[in-house]
Design a protein around this ligand. Sequence first.
Ligand code: 3PG
Length: 211
Amino acid sequence: MAVTLTALDVMSDAPVIPVIVLTEVSQAVPLARALVDAGIRMLEVTLRTPVALACIEAIAREVPQAVVGAGTVRGPADAQAAAMAGALFVVSPGYTHALGRACHDLQLPLLPGVATASEIMAAQEDGYTALKFFPAMQAGGLAMLRAWKGPFADVKFCPTGGITAANAGEFLALDNVLCVGGSWLSPADALAQGDWPRITRLARQARELKA
Ligand code: 3PG
């Protein structure tokens, strides 16, 4: 990995970026260890629960093999909070120039969410060319990514939303897709039960999705 982490590095490390929702701080470190044990190091902890920032802090402090990022970053304040907690990258469901500027100023790699050509153009204007396609299945799936290859040949995508172990391979086969995002590596029931071996198994299968 480069000394200065870029969004492209985040998207190139493994075929899947796990989208993680944690309800207990105590889940954070064992989950991160279960994922990195399988070679999944880029971890997106979504800012959807009251404990999310504390979870990011715990992983940043205690799991040095992990590269922890924050997801569901919806504006500059979220990005600032994520950076303070130790997030090394951020992922957003959509894109605004304010968020793009804030991440640039914080020197925080951003994977901005896009679902339309205009949103891709707005992100590109601000220098972002490694983008999250969200919500991928609902917004056009494989066909949309194929259509974007013509006008946006220089853009790489991380489709997220509705991606599963069953359909991830089809997305990863597209040459404008570097990785996919998905919540299937950290199922709520496995987290609640502390079933870390199951999470490592899911992550190992995910790691093998792309040669
Ligand atoms: C999300 O925002 O929750 C992500 O897009 C994950 O979606 P998924 O649960 O369909 O993988």
